[in-house]
Design a protein around this ligand. Structure first.
Ligand code: URP
Ligand code: ZN
Ligand code: ZN
Ligand code: ZN
Length: 462
């Protein structure tokens, strides 16, 4: 099956060029001057007036994730389908080690969940919540199995939390085996005291989730994680960075030459603590950790994306339905399952940065596709349109407009965090490994098309 994508502007992290793209089977075979391809194609896609860009890579999703006595609402099938609708053709999801279990049995479990169910390609990170001699040894086996990124938590004492000593040991192991530690950097010990004080004082509304997790405690934990990484020589990737204080710590470390990287998420660029303060428990829709911040942080985050102190935009997609799931925390904000939906809207929302003059087209592609590909060991198979690369391609209409809404989205969740938001730009056609999974007449993808990606080491370091 060959496909010719004609007449578009092909985008990469370094430039844009009028070109036609030739796909044969699962791969790109040529990128040629307009109208210069001499061969025939089974299918011709007209991309006139549109951008042709590498499929998005969302390096931070949680499908079917156990949390707070429930599971995030998207399955691997529904979540990867929604991702594709939004122009994301690869996800890296988190396998979650439960305390008392091994990393390799966890990996087996996540392979069972995802295998045969994904509509697009997928990889795994490993959440390490139980650091012991066995776990530390198993980190090496995970690296060999193509899972070389290990998330740890300075938040959620008693659940996912690791002590500084445990983090140090895991970092030493990552330093030795080439892995990268990903850090949820919030000071959970201090936060738990603030949460207990709020509940005891009868302050139970969703906005308290934000007020009890101040940005200083994200800044402090980020700084601490960076120092632990420095002592051990391990690379560090800060996930879901939300606060200017944390960004400052990352910038200082990077200026010092330390291998520290960070991502932010669309919700921190577009939403704020004012959404958490919506009345009638509606704020629960916006409970995620770190919490939504004061709007004043947003400018710093856009700037960080421009300066590369923030290298990646991921979603931290972790949807819980408002009715039934977020409900678990009515009367006690600390019991609201933490997480927000977003996998479908990342490409569109970050494109608004281009529309608004915050980012160049090239930077849009870089932070949503090319850098995640390099960071997570998938380049040049993913993250670029070039001969030999997987034909994961998005044809994007920069002039179309759309209104985001739960009534039209494809995520398996009963609300949109961006309900009614009118935006410019829309995905037109999506190819996943050479298969047109989505075009103007709808969905042509299928569960089981997506394959597991055994990932190489961080390509910024190796
Ligand atoms: O609130 C969030 N972010 N839920 C997902 C788990 C995590 O910490 O990434
Ligand atoms: Zn986290
Ligand atoms: Zn997460
Ligand atoms: Zn069609």
């Amino acid at each position: 099956m060959s496909i010719l994508i004609k007449g578009g502007t092909v985008l990469s992290s370094t430039g844009s060029v009028a070109a036609d793209v030739v796909v044969d089977g699962e791969r790109v075979t040529a990128v040629v001057a307009p109208d210069s391809w001499p061969g025939n194609a089974d299918t011709v896609i007209d991309a006139t007036g549109k951008y042709v860009l590498p499929g998005g890579i969302d390096g931070h999703t949680h499908m079917e994730m156990p949390f707070g006595g429930t599971f995030s609402a998207d399955t691997f099938e529904t979540g990867t389908t929604a991702a594709a609708w939004g122009g994301t053709t690869t996800i890296v999801d988190f396998a979650v080690q439960a305390k008392g279990t091994s990393l390799l049995s966890t990996l087996d479990k996540w392979h069972e969940k995802a295998g045969g169910n994904c509509a697009i390609d997928y990889g795994f990170h490993m959440i390490v919540s139980d650091v012991n001699d066995g776990t530390l040894k198993e980190m090496d086996a995970c690296v060999d199995a193509g899972v070389n990124t290990f998330k740890m938590f300075m938040a959620y004492p008693g659940v996912f939390y690791s002590t500084d000593g445990e983090i140090l040991l895991a970092m030493q192991r990552a330093r030795a085996n080439g892995g990268t530690i990903m850090m949820h950097a919030e000071n959970g010990i201090a936060i738990d005291q603030l949460v207990a004080q709020a509940i005891a004082a009868g302050r139970t509304d969703p906005v308290q989730h934000g007020l009890t997790r101040p940005p200083e405690l994200e800044g402090e934990a980020t700084h601490r994680a960076i120092q632990l990484a420095k002592v051990t020589g391990a690379p560090l990737y800060i996930v879901h960075l939300s606060a200017a204080q944390a960004l400052e710590a990352v910038a200082v470390a990077r200026n010092d030459g330390q291998n520290v990287f960070a991502e932010t998420c669309p919700q921190y660029l577009f939403l704020s603590i004012e959404d958490l303060a919506r009345p009638d428990f509606e704020g629960a829709k916006f409970v995620a950790s770190p919490p939504l911040r004061e709007k004043s942080h947003q400018g710093a985050l856009w700037q960080g994306l421009r300066t590369n102190d923030l290298s990646v935009v991921s979603t931290d997609h972790c949807p819980f339905c408002f009715v039934e799931q977020k409900e678990l925390g009515r009367g006690d904000f600390s019991k609201i399952p933490n997480g927000m939906p977003g996998v479908e809207h990342r490409m569109d929302l970050i494109y608004q940065g281009v529309v608004g003059g915050e980012l160049t087209l090239q930077r849009w592609v870089e932070v949503t596709s090319t850098t995640p590909a390099r960071m997570f060991g998938l380049y040049p198979r993913k993250g670029v349109i070039a001969p030999g690369s997987d034909a994961d391609i998005v044809v994007y209409d920069p002039k179309a407009t759309q209104t985001l809404s739960a009534s039209t989205h494809h995520m398996n969740v009963d609300y949109s965090a961006y309900e009614g938001l009118e935006i410019t730009g829309r995905v037109d056609t999506v190819l996943s490994r050479g298969r047109v999974v989505l075009d103007r007449d709808g969905w042509h993808g299928a569960k089981g098309h997506g394959r597991f990606l055994s990932r190489e080491l961080n390509q910024y370091l190796n």
